[in-house]
Design a protein. Structure first.
Length: 276
């Protein structure tokens, strides 16, 4: 049992540019260009692997069919083709890895010139067990899906079973009830009804600036023509404050100064006795 897969001689990068699958172009390409070439190669080849079973290991044999009789370096082309294709086998789940234990044998050969369809053909030969003959593993497998993933899976399934008009969309509602499990309700609704309503945050209103009202007092023209009357004259008819009269004060005669007398001694008049 084996499978033959046809690989592209060139990988389209854009409408006007292709990526030739060879070592020279691989070494000179920039990172963005090389990464895009790998992605486009995978998108072209992955759909061709639908009939290929999962394998514990395998051998790969590449045959090139160039477009002209120009001498071609087989390994220059097949080495890059093998790199791209081995990575695609791993990403598609056909093999677990592309190391020497999983792919122990890789070979290249020259086919013939085909100017109308230059290509690379690879023959996949499984070694050991394939998915159909693998024994079940001791450990059980558990896959946990979120509500969003379940909804997307149901939507994709219904979309393949029914033809939905462009102006309609599939709406899936999941409900859970005790002792009844989870059920899904699928509706076909107009596109406008399925669009989520975006509710933006209310924009806070700015406080209105306080308006200052300036009131202009209009003064009559007549009042401006009248002379200004002093306050003393305008207070006519009011009782004047009483004026205190000054009382004459008698002059004070100073007392005569008495000269100070020397104090007299208490024994001043006594005579000292004389001894005979």
């Amino acid at each position: 049992m084996s499978w033959i897969i046809t690989l592209p001689w060139k990988v389209p990068l854009s409408k006007n540019k292709d990526f030739p699958v060879n070592l020279n172009n691989y070494r000179n390409a920039c990172f963005q260009e090389l990464n895009k070439a790998k992605i486009n190669f995978k998108e072209l080849v992955s759909p061709l692997l639908g009939s290929v079973l999962c394998m514990e290991s395998c051998s790969l044999h590449y045959v090139i069919f160039p477009s002209s009789k120009r001498e071609c370096d087989i390994s220059n082309v097949c080495s890059i083709a093998d790199k791209f294709f081995s990575d695609t086998l791993v990403s598609s789940g056909k093999i677990t890895d592309d190391n020497f234990k999983v792919i122990p044998n890789i070979s290249f050969s020259y086919g013939q010139v085909d100017p109308l369809n230059p290509r690379i053909e690879v023959t996949i030969t499984p070694i050991g067990k394939t998915l159909n003959s693998l024994e079940p593993k001791d450990k059980d497998m558990q896959i946990i899906l979120s509500q969003e993933e379940i909804t997307e899976a149901i939507t994709a399934y219904v979309g393949k079973q029914l033809t939905v008009a462009e102006n309609f969309a599939i709406s899936v509602a999941l409900t859970s009830a005790r002792n009844e499990g989870v059920s899904a309700t699928v509706n076909l609704l107009p596109v406008e009804a399925t669009k989520p309503t975006l509710v933006g945050k209310p924009t806070p209103r700015k406080a209105a600036p306080t308006a200052t009202t300036v009131v202009k007092a209009e003064v009559p023209t007549e009042a401006l023509d009248q002379p200004v009357v002093e306050e003393a004259e305008s207070a006519v008819g009011e009782d004047p404050e009483p004026i205190e009269e000054e009382v004459p004060v008698a002059p004070v005669t100073p007392e005569p100064t008495v000269p100070a007398t020397k104090p007299r001694s208490l024994f001043g008049g006594m005579v000292k006795p004389q001894n005979s």
